[in-house]
Design a protein around this ligand. Sequence first.
Ligand SMILES: *[C@@H]1O[C@H](CO)[C@@H](O)[C@H](O)[C@H]1NC(C)=O
Length: 165
Amino acid sequence: MHKIISVLLLAVALVNARDINQAGLDLIEGFEHFEPNFYIDAVGIRTIGYGHNCEALGCSGIEAPISKATAEDILKKDLVKFENCVQNAVPFVNDNQFAALVSLTFNIGCGNFGESTLLKDLKAKNYSAAANEFASWCKGTVGGKKIVLNGLVKRRAAEKALFLK
Ligand SMILES: *[C@@H]1O[C@H](CO)[C@@H](O)[C@H](O)[C@H]1NC(C)=O
């Protein structure tokens, strides 16, 4: 009996991603504008809640308007993929570092994170160098050009602060 329970607990531990902490959720929600209704975003994509992309992630079953609590549940599901790639790459980071990295990776993608100098610094346990690398990811594409965006500068600064907390 004891053995069976241990095996079950192990199975649950394996399928359960590490969750972002509340400070990380608050950070993301603060930067992703909340919308209770479906809208078309700046690049023409149907979106709802905290920037949930209907084209990439699907919106079947979502009945607008949604509450902030529902939007947060949707956001948590959207984050799982990013929690998994960060956890696989750097399982040794603390909860605030993990949350800051998930927020960044949610923006830049697992591929970019995997090839980043930030990840290299983390693997070398050079945390001050890693913290300074957040600022290298402040560019967005506007009208086909890559430029530094003010919103991203602020978000990267907030992520760095959480990473160092
Ligand atoms: C951490 O990285 C910085 C920037 O690359 C480098 O100057 C510094 O020597 C590194 N520190 C350690 C302890 O490796």
